[in-house]
Design a protein around this ligand. Structure first.
Ligand code: PMP
Length: 307
């Protein structure tokens, strides 16, 4: 499915979807020199609200800083662009894609200018890992591709080029009939999914790979850790070996697009009893209650579009 919308925010103004184009010689197309975010807005009792907008835009600017990409707008301007993109398209639920890229700045690998072009698209996007994935769980495999080593490309940056790694991981998984692929880091410990962070539960304790495991420090990961701790669970950020997945009582993946998805098997080994486990279900419910404004927003994580 290709997502569309009526309007896209493009270098400072909302323009019709068809007009948001760029040149084929854009630096980002050739060399992956872009940074971006994936953000969701949910329908709440007070109208659409964008979840953790400020944190996502901070991460966008952090990603740009790592690559010395200059975003010629303030964080507040991009936040407003996100709200405008949702409002102008009349969406209640939306996936937002703020994107800063090097455009027509010469074909040398070293760009003539680091000044980015910026777009913010909003679109409707249902369950990222497929219909029924949130309830029934998905089948995943460990990829033959490892995640980027820390001294090759920075995984804390959500940069376009990093997603060649994600494409290899997810395409291999799909070719073999799985819904998603999971990568190990260069030390052989669990890293992350092609577009998701990982949580493993064993004997009531919740484990997740540390930021040193070549992961994108996901905001859903951070939210889930927060919700789990608030419910009294012990959460440990520590290295997890591959067999930790096979021996888990529960295993789930998280991300803005994917949301909170149970994994029912890994490498054709059943995880727990092969269904969404009780702690996964509890945290999934807590997550949806929070993003949909059904529980109290104690952290101020909801940014209302119409305020
Ligand atoms: N890892 C990767 C590689 C991702 O692409 C994503 C999705 N942005 C995540 C983790 C999860 O990050 P977040 O929860 O901030 O969406």
């Amino acid at each position: 499915m290709t997502q569309t919308s009526q309007y896209i925010w493009h270098n400072g103004e909302l323009i019709p979807y068809e007009q948001a184009t760029t040149h084929v010689l854009s630096h980002a197309i050739h060399y992956g020199s872009s940074v971006f975010e994936g953000i969701r807005a949910y329908d709440t009792p007070k109208g659409p609200a964008i979840f953790r907008l400020k944190d996502h835009i901070q991460r966008l600017f952090d990603s740009a800083k790592i690559y010395r990409i200059e975003i010629p707008y303030t964080q507040e301007e991009i936040m407003q662009a996100c709200k405008d993109a949702v409002a102008k398209n009349g969406f209640t639920n939306a996936y937002l894609r703020p994107f800063a890229f090097l455009g027509h700045v010469g074909l040398g690998v070293h760009p003539k200018s680091h000044r980015a072009e910026v777009t913010v698209a909003a679109m409707e996007w249902g369950a990222y890992l497929g219909e029924g994935s949130l309830e029934n769980g998905v089948d995943a495999c460990v990829s033959s591709w490892q995640r980027l080593a820390p001294n090759t490309m920075p995984t804390a940056a959500k940069a376009g080029g990093n997603y060649l790694s994600s494409q290899l991981i997810t395409a291999e998984a799909k070719r073999h009939g799985y819904v998603e692929g999971i990568a190990l880091d260069v030390n052989g410990y669990l890293s992350e999914g092609a577009g998701e962070n990982l949580f493993v539960i064993r004997k009531g304790i919740i484990y997740t790979p540390p930021t040193t495991a070549s992961i994108l420090p996901g905001l859903t990961r951070d939210t889930i850790m927060h919700l789990a701790k608030a419910r009294g669970y012990e959460v440990r950020e520590e290295p997890i070996a591959r067999e930790g997945l096979y021996l888990a009582d529960e295993f789930f993946m998280v991300g803005t697009a994917a949301e909170v998805v149970p994994v029912r098997s890994v490498d054709q080994i059943q995880v727990g009893d092969g269904q969404r486990g009780p702690i996964t279900a509890e945290l999934q419910q807590a997550y949806f209650d929070l993003v949909k404004g059904q529980s109290e927003d104690l952290q101020g994580w909801l940014d209302y579009v119409n305020e």
